[in-house]
Design a protein around this ligand. Structure first.
Ligand SMILES: NC(=O)c1ccc[n+]([C@@H]2O[C@H](COP(=O)([O-])OP(=O)(O)OC[C@H]3O[C@@H](n4cnc5c(N)ncnc54)[C@H](O)[C@@H]3O)[C@@H](O)[C@H]2O)c1
Length: 365
């Protein structure tokens, strides 16, 4: 990582597919300069949801056009419901309609939904064209824009169709977080806390100590936070790009979290469900005698301090959550895998959790 006071630069090191993550306030207005210098494509198509396009589409387009880059803007309706094959088909037809070819490139401007859609489209349009990530939610800035997982949902499940396809560059402008709804910011913070628990106790302590400054999006806390999350994600992806081993630790909180999200019929924001899942996984780790109770208590406390939920909403049926646990795509051959903390900063993956322990924790969460 380098920091020259104006820009923090993190590199994702994947040989000839390596790419930079640039973190800099106000850079949305200047992205065109860097993209032009990198010669990523002849023409560009910015893809964004209708909400983000309304807020930031024009600024980004202006920044590309004023550097002499040819650029178009395509939008789709905001929300997870757009993350489907039909959207990919519609956008591909629009690209073909404007004569987009293999020398051209896509720019994802938006949250994780936009990044996943754009990355997937880039990976299959004309058998693959370059793309750039400009993430605008905290979740996308610290997680989904880095690492090259792309995809869409089908009625049978979330993210069931997709590819691994790395972007050419990631441009993070913390300024855009000022318009993010509070709940979306909180959801992203759950993923931030996750990095502390799975990888870095010092970062976990930093988050606890800087809670107020983080929630106020102050530079002193927000910039190191973004940088450290990107650094950890880059390190994990460098070691295990295709999630055959280490990368699975990023699913901490997701086993029960996903089941809770599904049982809520996706009315609960992903990150908030993951917060509940992280608390539950920590309690399971204590029951399995893998984690000292004090560390599980610290996980619960930091989540609560940030205003994240740690209890399954009372209206959700525990039996339905149990059923979703077995149908999750991360469940292999009926074996439910959990990422469990052994202490803050260190986790293990196991499928050896007794059914009774899962039931006990679900009953008490
Ligand atoms: N590829 C990966 O590695 C990965 C990792 C985690 C999550 N994901 C995926 O990410 C998606 C969730 O991403 P998300 O939480 O960013 O959702 P999202 O993209 O739907 O964004 C959430 C909402 O915030 C709005 N928004 C975005 N930026 C804004 C801004 N700056 N100001 C105001 N409003 C803004 C959007 O219009 C949208 O309504 C899920 O589909 C999930 O599967 C992917």
């Amino acid at each position: 990582m380098t920091d020259n006071g104006r820009e923090i630069l993190v590199t994702v090191g994947l040989g000839n597919r390596s790419y930079p993550i640039s973190i800099s306030r106000g850079q949305l207005t200047k992205i065109g300069t860097d993209i032009a210098a990198r010669k990523i494509g002849n023409r560009f198509c910015v893809i964004s949801d209708d909400q983000v396009a309304g807020l930031y589409g024009e600024v980004l387009m202006q920044s590309l056009l004023e550097k002499g880059l040819a650029a178009e803007l395509l939008t789709f309706p905001h929300g997870e419901a757009s993350k489907k094959l039909e959207t990919i088909g519609t956008l591909a037809s629009q690209l073909a309609g404007i004569g987009f070819d293999r020398g051209d490139a896509l720019v994802a401007l938006g949250g994780g939904v936009t990044g996943d859609i754009t990355g997937f489209l880039a990976s299959i349009y004309m058998r693959g064209i370059p793309f750039i990530q400009v993430p605008t939610t905290l979740l996308a800035q610290v997680d989904s824009s880095v690492g090259g997982k792309t995809g869409v949902d089908i009625p049978e499940g979330k993210n069931l169709i997709g590819t691994f396809y790395q972007p050419q560059a990631v441009y993070i402008d913390p300024d855009v977080l000022s318009t993010l709804p509070d709940q979306e910011l909180l959801g992203g913070l759950a993923e931030v806390i996750k990095y502390g628990v799975i990888w870095d106790k010092e970062f976990f302590d930093f988050l606890s100590a800087n809670r107020k400054a983080i929630l106020a999006l102050e530079d002193s806390a927000l910039l190191p936070l973004l940088a450290r999350c990107c650094e950890i994600k880059a390190q994990v992806v460098e070691e295990d790009e295709r999630e055959s081993g280490l990368r699975r630790i990023l699913n901490f909180g997701h086993t029960i979290g996903h089941a809770v999200e599904a049982a809520s019929n996706f009315t609960l924001i992903h990150g908030l469900a993951i917060a509940i899942g992280m608390r539950a996984a920590s309690d399971i780790a204590v029951l399995c005698k893998l984690c000292p109770p004090g560390d599980a208590e610290a996980v619960r406390r930091i989540l609560e301090d940030f205003g994240l939920p740690v209890e399954i909403p009372s209206e959700l049926d525990r039996k339905a959550i149990r059923r979703f646990l077995l149908t999750d795509k991360k469940t292999v051959g009926g074996r439910v895998f959990f990422v469990l903390p052994q202490e803050i900063g260190r986790v293990m993956i196991t499928d050896k959790v007794a059914s009774a322990d899962i039931d006990e924790v679900l009953a008490n969460t």
